[in-house]
Design a protein around this ligand. Structure first.
Ligand code: FE2
Length: 535
């Protein structure tokens, strides 16, 4: 085994060297904004192309915030980005319940209300707007209102609806759910279908691997550009309803060639820095940590967000990223804090009082517990815990495929979804099919456009090839098709439905005794898998 390990590491190094040589030959840079790196006396391309050159807000996104006496969100965090800071910008949200009449003003100067993680790069603003009326539509603009109603410094007017008060009765709602999406052509169909269906969606839940900005193959620095492009393309969701996120392995760091060669970029982007800077999940309301683990309530459901990447025994990125390049993890304020938090959160959610108010407990994370080579770490860490506290549904991504299992535990399943059969077992759904391949190639350069074309071809034919080539180059086990095949063979007995079709999930909470899961085809909008669970 040791010989195999050494051989894998050798192949990894040979692969990286080969890639560097090829890409040096293809050397290509694209200038959008330039900063001078004094330490290295060279210039580094920083792309802020999606942000307004005048410093106005872009990439507007919302997440639930606040907590009332029964733990329901009372508002949202409003987040947005501005280009290289021209001066001291304010972080302000103007809002009201009438269109065009924004009489409420909230400014945040709290630590963390403006975050910049790259010198000379984008600033990310976060303002919490809480204490709002439940189940009410609010209109808002965000930005800097110093110049009055200067539209270049304030966003356009958007609206959102606050969470309902479950004490007024369990109201049905719909959540769009998916993992592994990415920018560019490969997910375009999904994006279009999501936009078409967005009027019926109350909030979005992205189960990690958001933009795939980390794997750029060319020599220019595209991390920020790809991430900006993805977030801009999803503003139709994120500016008008909560866009809840989880950390996936592609949020961990930047291991593109440029980042490997530039220690400042590499270090500035390591350990989920960009992910934690750009989004603002309700971790302080739920005792969680940053955007890594947290929970929230909405209607008759408790949503618990698990960290599948770090801070538990066997976590794939608990000590370093999967390429063994950079340190990662250690968000725990003390040993085992994450697992203790998870147990306490589930225990509270499962109390009689909370189950009466919110009968459903649904868990989401990035890596699944079954159906890929390295799933056993997650399974060993959380399966018993989730079942002990009677979690109703477990959602994940990471695999670019779709699986729905029967109620299962320790690899054994019952082919029956009735409440009685589900007791002591857990239904797993893996929804990683919106279209991502690990090469988001978009941009203005000739090579980038060529890459875009290649990506569009690869999106159909190359996914399988990619999953064979990359593990060989990196020596990494996570996408080793042989291991996946073995795992699949073992796990397929628990699978009720499996498809590779490009798709995403819609979770319909019908009332306090019924939920319906639906897999929606990105191509046709038709339901291609469906499951109803009752209490
Ligand atoms: Fe992943």
């Amino acid at each position: 085994m040791r010989g195999g390990y050494v051989w894998n590491r050798t192949r990894a190094r040979v692969g990286v060297v080969l890639l560097v040589c090829i890409l040096l030959a293809l050397g290509h840079t694209r200038a959008n904004a330039v900063r001078t790196n004094k330490r290295h006396s060279h210039t580094t391309t920083l792309s802020t192309s999606s942000t307004s050159p005048g410093g106005g807000p872009s990439l507007v996104r919302l997440a639930f915030a606040g907590s009332d006496e029964v733990g329901q969100p009372t508002g949202v965090s409003v987040s947005w980005s501005t280009g290289p800071k021209p001066k001291d910008l304010k972080s302000v949200v103007l809002l009201g319940t009438e269109q065009g009449n924004l009489t409420l003003r909230v400014e945040s100067t709290a630590p963390g209300s403006q975050v910049t993680y790259l010198a000379g790069g984008t600033t990310h603003h976060h303002v919490e707007v809480t204490g709002l009326e439940p189940d009410t539509t609010y209109y808002y603009r965000c930005g800097d209102d110093s110049s009055g109603d200067d539209s270049s410094m304030l966003s356009e007017e958007h609206s959102f609806r606050t969470a309902p008060d479950v004490r007024a009765g369990a109201k049905g709602f719909t959540v769009a759910v998916w993992g592994d999406m990415g920018a560019g052509n490969c997910s375009q169909k999904t994006r279009e279908m999501m936009q078409a269906l967005s009027p019926s969606v109350d909030f979005a839940w992205h189960l990690g691997d958001i933009a795939y900005q980390d794997d750029w193959l060319f020599l220019d620095f595209a991390y920020e550009k790809v991430l900006d492009e993805y977030m801009a393309s999803m503003e139709f969701f994120s500016a008008t309803r909560a866009y809840m996120t989880l950390a996936g392995n592609h949020e961990c760091d930047c291991h593109s060639i440029r980042c490997i060669l530039d220690s400042e970029l590499r270090n500035s982007l390591h350990n989920f820095t960009a992910y934690n800077a750009r989004y603002r999940m309700p971790s302080k309301e739920s005792g969680g940590i940053m955007n890594m683990w947290y929970s929230f309530n909405y209607g008759p459901v408790h949503f618990v967000n698990l960290d599948s990447e770090t801070d538990y025994y066997g976590a794939a990125e608990g000590e370093h990223d999967e390429f063994y390049l950079l340190d990662s993890g250690h968000f725990n304020p003390y040993p085992n804090a994450y697992m203790e938090w998870l147990e306490e959160d589930l225990k509270q959610a499962n109390s009689v009082a909370n189950r009466t108010l919110r009968p459903w407990v649904i868990a989401g994370t990035h890596r699944p517990m079954y159906l890929y080579g390295n799933a056993s770490s997650m399974r060993e860490a959380v399966e018993d815990l989730l079942i002990k506290y009677d979690v109703d549904l477990f959602l994940g991504g990471h695999i670019h495929s779709y699986f729905r299992t029967y109620p299962a535990k320790a690899g054994e399943a019952v082919k029956d979804y009735s409440p009685e059969a589900r007791a002591g077992k857990l239904v797993n759904i893996i929804t990683g099919t919106p279209g991502a391949i690990d090469r988001p190639m978009r941009g203005g350069g000739v090579l980038a456009r060529a890459g875009d074309w290649v990506a569009s071809v690869l999106s159909k034919a190359g996914r399988a090839a990619y999953e064979r080539v990359v593990p060989w180059l990196t020596g990494g086990p996570r996408h080793d098709p042989r291991r996946d095949a073995e795992a699949l063979e073992d796990d397929m007995s628990i699978v009720a439905h499996h498809t590779h079709e490009q798709s995403f999930g819609m979770l319909h909470i019908l009332n306090d005794s019924a939920i319906r899961w639906e897999l929606v085809s990105s191509e046709t909008g038709e339901s291609i898998d469906r499951l109803e669970l009752t209490k």
